[in-house]
Design a protein around this ligand. Structure first.
Ligand code: ADP
Length: 255
């Protein structure tokens, strides 16, 4: 199937370096602006809580504090994106979702129509969970899963996850030197989902398990996900041309 609509997910580990927004963000914005000429691009971005923390260091283990940090940080994060995309003449839109927005066909259709209009006008929607009002029962949980839902419900053909790791490995490569990258994954094994979650960054909520859950959701819908390193954007250009130089492609197609 020809790839038309691509969803990107950028994790906290990719966005921040030593508590500050990383130079990588410039590169990612440049890439997305280029791709925006050829594809319809949706960006799911983490980082609001981290951005809020730079202004107001509240204890983020308490939920109301975390929600307040998200409320402080979301406009800061959006401004960072807006200014960068502006350089390339690309307009961005802020889309904040709670799980309740996608819990019925009717509500999903409304949300999708709005996204379609943005994309028809070459505006890049920057999606995040509406953390400041999300309570447990309306949480997507993390942006890994949110990005998978966005891909499926908003008609994406491929989800590209930019992380601090260059692939899915046989074991955590940060703790096991013998871990090997897996190039193609056709199905998600249950035992992989039973590992404990271990996001690297203190602001991250994901870890590899939530990425695998996202991949499982997409594989079940016959969609694809590509996991690669936010430092190596060449792999993104290549995968869109059908060449896999590194990273992990989650796809039902056997190669
Ligand atoms: P992000 O902020 O991009 O969502 P996370 O820190 O949540 O990133 O998740 C990526 C991390 O998951 C990697 O840096 C790695 O330390 C860890 N990890 C654990 N097990 C694995 C594995 N089998 N393959 C790859 N990464 C793994």
């Amino acid at each position: 199937m020809k790839i038309k609509r691509v969803v990107f997910k950028v994790g906290t580990a990719t966005l921040y370096e030593d508590g500050k927004l990383s130079k990588r963000v410039d590169e990612i914005v440049k890439l997305l602006s280029e791709l925006n000429k050829e594809y319809e691009i949706i960006l799911v971005s983490s980082g609001a809580v981290g951005a809020g923390y730079t202004k107001c260091p509240l204890d983020k283990t308490k939920l109301p504090n975390k929600q307040a940090l998200a409320a402080i940080g979301q406009p800061l994060l959006m401004r960072e994106y807006k200014d960068r995309f502006n350089k390339y003449g690309v307009t961005v839109a802020q889309v904040l979702l709670t799980a309740a927005d996608l819990d019925s066909r009717k509500r999903t259709e409304y949300a999708k129509k709005m996204i379609d209009i943005l994309l028809e006008n070459r505006v890049i929607p920057i999606v995040n969970e509406n953390d400041s009002v999300s309570v447990e029962e309306i949480l997507f949980g993390d942006n890994d899963q949110l990005s998978a839902y966005v891909t499926y419900y908003f008609g994406g053909n491929l989800l590209i996850m930019l992380s601090d790791i260059d692939a899915f490995y046989t074991d955590n490569p940060k703790t096991n030197k013998n871990a090997k990258p897996i190039k193609i994954v056709n199905e998600i094994k249950d035992e992989w989902l039973e590992q404990k979650c271990d996001p690297n960054d203190k602001f991250a909520t994901g870890g590899i398990v939530t990425k695998l859950k996202a991949a499982k959701f997409l594989l079940d819908k016959n969609l694809k996900m590509f996991l690669t390193n936010g430092n190596n954007l060449k792999t993104v250009r290549e995968i869109l041309k059908g060449n896999q130089t590194s990273g992990t492609l989650f796809s039902k197609e056997q190669k």
